[in-house]
Design a protein around this ligand. Sequence first.
Ligand code: ADP
Length: 183
Amino acid sequence: MPPEPAHVVAIYPGSFDPVTFGHLDIIGRATRIFDRLIVAVLQNENKQSLFSVDERMEMLREVLLPPAGKQNPAEVARIEIASFDGLLVNYAAQRGARVILRGIRAISDYEYELQMALMNRKLASRIETVFLMAEETQSFVSSRLVKEVARLGGDVSAFVPASIEARLRERLSRPRPLREAAR
Ligand code: ADP
């Protein structure tokens, strides 16, 4: 008899500030490979973000999980939106995840991702980093660039879902607090 297939849990960590079609493409591919996917928003105090961790999680939920009442329990159980701080490998171990999922866009992502994957392997040898490539039409999309384009009044509808575009517009139309604006 063939061995029972293992239940593989993957963690997809990132800033998701905000979630883009690039992220959603990677998540869609991952759900076809792994049994369970934890999309984990990094609580990074040092990084200046446009949206709070709670807002970023809320946006992920909004675009990834169907509204209450329309949920297919089997499907909902496969994707979880979470947040974490501290060492990623510790969080992965704590959540029983064997895979760290990352997306690769261009060669420019490769060097940093390779360093991080090898460091994480050194720290936790049983956790594997798996890289997926998004559709080539998303290969230049980053949250940073989307925010920059939106800030300058450009159309970002090809890069983020409509609800996220609306949130970006709303957030960027508000005057920034003085302390921040002075930077
Ligand atoms: P970013 O602000 O660059 O979008 P994140 O920290 O939110 O960064 O990204 C989380 C992960 O998703 C990273 O592994 C990143 O390389 C990947 N990712 C982000 N955008 C894309 C994309 N357009 N195609 C493939 N992978 C992506």
